[in-house]
Ligand binder design. Structure first.
Ligand SMILES: [Ca+2]
Ligand SMILES: [Ca+2]
Ligand SMILES: [Zn+2]
Length: 205
């Protein structure tokens, strides 16, 4: 009896805390779904012809850092991948070349003038793998100054299926602090507990 009452008090206190800082109440990170597919994301599958966030094809996340990246930008990407993705159930791999079909490369990073106006970086799936899976995705930055650890974390999040807060369930502000590097605008920070949890749910190993 006493134990039950204590649990109720704890639950009320944590609800009050969340409300007091103006964020929607969610019991745990597991109550939020921000990884495709979600019922608030207006697409039915991964696509290579329209910009859709997709899941990567499996837990081996093989990456390629293109020669258009500066050494500093390449290091930022490596740091983001090692610090915030290799610690999930995804296993980050380096050292393969980049070709198109048949390449083990899952995400290729580079600088490109093809990023749609209004964006500083952009992810798209170049080779679909059926359903919500992408065999090979591309992350382009408009220039090396935007290839920060935080933006590398954000775009890699898209490359493994994470969407902006508005497309999550429940729908959140794109600026919700709990989204960590998936926030828009994106601070120079990594994946928090929520993103890590969702990645581990989507890519069990
Ligand atoms: Ca893979
Ligand atoms: Ca692949
Ligand atoms: Zn984004």
């Amino acid at each position: 009896m006493i134990r039950l009452q204590q649990r109720v008090v704890v639950a009320l206190l944590s609800t009050g805390f969340l409300l007091s800082v103006g964020l929607p109440t969610l019991a745990t990170h597991g109550s939020f779904d921000g990884l495709v597919p979600t019922s608030n994301y207006p697409f039915s599958a991964c696509s290579t012809s329209t910009p859709v966030v997709c899941q990567t094809d499996n837990t081996e996340l093989t990456v390629f850092r293109g020669s258009t990246l500066s050494a500093a930008a390449s290091n930022n990407i490596t740091t983001a991948l090692n610090s915030w993705y290799d610690i999930t159930d995804l296993n980050v791999q380096y050292g393969v070349g980049y070709t198109t079909n048949g390449s083990p490369t899952d995400v290729a990073y580079g600088i490109s003038g093809s990023v749609p106006a209004g964006n500083v970086a952009y992810y798209y799936c170049a080779i679909g793998a059926g359903g919500w899976k992408c065999d090979q995705g591309i992350v382009n930055f408009i220039d090396n100054s935007w290839a920060t650890k935080g933006i590398a974390c954000h775009e890699t999040g898209h490359a493994v299926g994470l969407v902006h807060g508005q497309y999550g369930v429940p729908s959140l502000s794109n600026e919700d602090t709990r989204l960590e590097c998936m926030r828009v605008p994106t601070p120079d920070i990594g994946n928090g507990d929520w993103n890590r949890h969702q990645i581990n749910d989507a890519y069990p190993n």
